[in-house]
Design a protein around this ligand. Structure first.
Ligand code: SF4
Ligand code: SF4
Length: 373
């Protein structure tokens, strides 16, 4: 089967894949909503980490628990849980990140039938020595909680193997990002989206094998003599669950060359520098990865990072993809736009909710923006 088609099938129907994996392997599934959950510990515990992004279904049951002005990610995820679509999950890990996820955790614990429930209360400030010590302790506690709930032991050998696999994915994803940056026409945005989405659903070792095969094919097919003709664009924002947005950008003459998304670059960047203390090494990577607006690593770090990223990837402009009612990203937007303006980098803000609505106006805005670049 076409390698990319496998990723597409899984990203479109994650529940079918996860159920099949569970039946075949008699394995356990641990759900999570945020890229700050240390994947390595779930894998080392022998479970499948399943990132739940919600959406795709009408929301009715969740409305009894959440205000309609909550973001579509938390509403959609709760709807999935209350409708039985997550009955394949054996337990959930909720990290202490944005307010919506924290409050969702409280509601979820009381009414969602998804097995055990772990709150990982991560630090908000990520730059002090005490925050680092605290983060290491939280990772140790998460390890113990997972061992207890999954009735297993996470020993050094399993930790090392899990770190190797997850870091292998990070290395592979970095190569894929660089390939797309150099040859944006070679891989369609929707396909790239499917790969990233599948990376947080699939059996991670199987994913890594297929990713490496795909990279070999793409590297062989890359035409170095061809000069990219698309308008180079950088995406920034939270979780993106809209493959159609790529088609709209591409049909308007744009090409996404990099992203600063929570379902993308931020999820898979960085590396674990394993020393004697593997848990501390895992914690360090989560302290040092590109920060999201629900965490604090300095007043200007997100702006500095976005401008650096745009310049390094030779992006002609930045498109902000913001989920409606996502306060952390909405609060950061004015200052990020200001930083881009000061650096002479044009930007466009697109607000999305659950699924793409009013595609016509969105297409027109993208076309106008890309034409102006
Ligand atoms: S944007 Fe931040 S808080 Fe929100 S899901 Fe992503 S990592 Fe978590
Ligand atoms: S960061 Fe934004 S989109 Fe993500 S869960 Fe929180 S409020 Fe929702």
């Amino acid at each position: 089967m076409n390698l990319i088609q496998q990723f597409r099938d899984i990203s479109e129907h994650p529940e079918i894949y996860v159920r099949g994996w569970k039946d075949k392997n008699h394995g356990r599934v641990v759900g999570y909503l945020c890229s700050y959950v240390p994947e390595e510990l779930i894998l080392a515990a022998g479970a499948l980490g399943y990132r739940i992004l919600g959406g795709g279904h009408a929301v009715s049951k969740a409305d009894a628990h959440l205000q309609s002005y909550s973001c579509s990610l938390v509403r959609g995820a709760l709807e999935d849980a209350l409708s039985g679509r997550l009955d394949v999950v054996d337990g959930m890990v909720f990290p202490h990140t944005c307010d919506s996820i924290q409050r969702l955790s409280d509601i979820w614990r009381m009414c969602a039938p998804t097995g055990f429930h772990i709150d990982a209360v991560l630090p908000v400030c990520l730059t002090t020595e005490s925050a680092r010590d605290y983060m290491v302790n939280i990772c140790r506690r998460l390890k113990t909680d997972l061992e207890r709930h999954l009735k297993t032991v996470i020993d050094e050998e399993r930790l090392k193997a899990a770190i190797e696999t997850i870091d292998g994915i990070r290395i592979g994803m970095e190569k894929l990002y660089l390939l797309r940056c150099n040859h944006p026409e070679q891989i369609r945005g929707a396909d790239f989206h499917a790969i990233v989405r599948a990376s947080a659903i699939m059996d991670r070792r199987a994913f890594l094998n297929i990713l490496n095969g795909l990279l070999a094919d793409l590297e062989m097919a890359a035409d170095v003599s061809q000069r990219p003709t698309v308008r180079r664009l950088l995406l920034s924002g939270g979780a993106c669950t809209f493959p159609d947005v790529y088609e709209i950008i591409e049909s308007a003459g744009g090409g996404v060359v990099w992203d600063d998304l929570c379902t993308g670059g931020r999820q898979w960047s960085g590396r674990i520098h394993a020393g004697d203390d593997l848990i501390a090494a895992i914690a360090d990577r989560y302290m040092q990865r590109p920060v999201c607006p629900a965490k604090h690593a300095g007043l200007t770090c997100r702006g500095d990072e976005l401008v650096r990223m745009a310049k390094e990837t030779r992006s002609a402009g930045v498109i902000f993809l913001l989920l409606k009612f996502c306060d952390p990203h909405a609060f950061d937007y004015p200052y990020l736009k200001q930083r881009l303006d000061a650096a002479g980098i044009p930007s466009l803000r697109i607000e999305l909710e659950d699924r793409l609505t009013a595609e016509g106006p969105l297409r027109t805005r993208c076309e106008a923006f890309i034409e102006m670049l």
